[in-house]
Write a protein of this length. Structure first.
Length: 335
């Protein structure tokens, strides 16, 4: 018996990187045995920001499906779905938008951040509605649990408020989903800044060993360690943060001491890190090769995922329409 239903989503704005893997995907993989898991490739959410050039969107969605499966999401066990394939996401978004005060949305911190990122360009109506779409994702599958990072908590709170308001207005249809905050060390970008595609400071999970080595070689380190003989400060070095995730604990501790004592140089330390990351990604790389050797497999999985998702989505929408007393379409009006 499963403990509950989980929906979680990722925006297909680019290939899955180590931040996505440690911050989300790994926890989904662990949760899929205990929970009924819906993994959304949320392409409509990607359009809230990346809508001017959509030429890459379909390829990115497909790539994300391959990334999910190679990272260990088991399509037999879990449902992988493309958000835009299941039209009910859009329908529920529209209906929930009617009962969501604009003020609630304007107060969401991520909205303000995203507007700042636009550098003066006018934010779209869809961007303001981002959390309503996210609430629709979650409520459509009547999820009770949502694994999210800290940054998504305001969105989840809003989902709960929208569910409460719906139930108050139209009767109990939704339960209020609980956040399951994923505990993980937050990985910095390779340059020590925040991970971002636009800073080009990411390692992708599909990256080949050669390019991982090159990227790790170029990583920023403790700036006060100018010479090999200077003692280092692992606590402020991004290379060390990565070691603490990808290298065995005893080795990490050794590296820490050797860095502080100037017994290991950054070049050697980075070589070790590259090896650890390459080893950690090896099973993912193997699974990717298996998937890519089977043409048609990914499309099949996405088709089946959409069918499975639609069955649940339709039954929720029937309850929503009934609760809201939307007019039923009569099919037997004329003989
Ligand atoms: N907003 C989430 C993010 O940026 C992605 C997302 C969309 C999501 N719909 C969701 C996450 C539903 C959890 C549940 O990471």
């Amino acid at each position: 018996m499963k403990k509950g239903v989980i929906f979680s989503g990722m925006r297909p704005t680019g290939p899955v990187h180590l931040g996505n893997l440690e911050g989300a995907l790994r926890s989904w993989v662990t949760l899929q045995d205990e929970y009924e898991l819906y993994c959304g490739i949320v392409d409509l959410h990607a359009l809230t920001t990346d809508h001017e050039d959509t030429s890459e969107l379909a390829a990115r969605v497909r790539q994300m499906a391959v990334d999910f499966i190679s990272a260990g999401i088991d399509p037999e066990l879990s449902t992988i779905l493309v958000q835009s394939h299941v039209r009910e996401h859009a329908e529920l978004h529209l209906l929930l938008s009617m009962i969501t005060p604009v003020g609630w949305l304007e107060r969401v911190p991520t909205y303000k951040e995203k507007v700042d990122d636009l550098h003066g360009a006018a934010p779209g109506y869809g961007l303001l509605g981002y959390p309503v779409l996210m609430a629709s994702d979650i409520l459509l599958y009547r999820s009770d649990t949502v694994p999210v990072g800290q940054d998504q908590l305001p969105h989840l709170e809003l989902t709960r408020e929208i569910a409460r308001r719906f139930n108050y207005l139209y009767g109990e249809v939704f339960s209020e989903p609980a956040a399951k905050v994923t505990k993980h060390a937050v990985l910095p970008g390779l340059d020590g800044r925040k991970m971002s595609k636009s800073y080009d400071n990411l390692i992708y999970i599909a990256e080949d060993p050669e390019s991982i080595r090159a990227k790790v070689k170029g990583m920023f380190t403790d700036p006060s360690r100018a010479y090999r003989t200077d003692p280092g400060h692992p606590d402020i070095c991004p290379v060390f943060t990565y070691h603490s995730i990808y290298t065995a604990t005893d080795v990490t501790r050794e590296i820490e001491q050797e860095c502080k004592g100037a017994q290991i140089g950054c070049v050697e330390c980075k070589e070790k890190l590259a090896q650890s990351i390459i080893a950690a990604l090896a099973p993912i790389r193997e699974r990717r090769q298996e998937i890519e050797a089977r043409p048609g497999l990914v499309d099949e999985i996405l088709h089946e995922g959409a069918e499975r998702a639609r069955r649940v989505a339709r039954s929720t929408m029937a309850l929503v329409r009934e609760a809201m007393k939307l007019p039923q379409e009569k099919t037997t009006a004329r003989e």
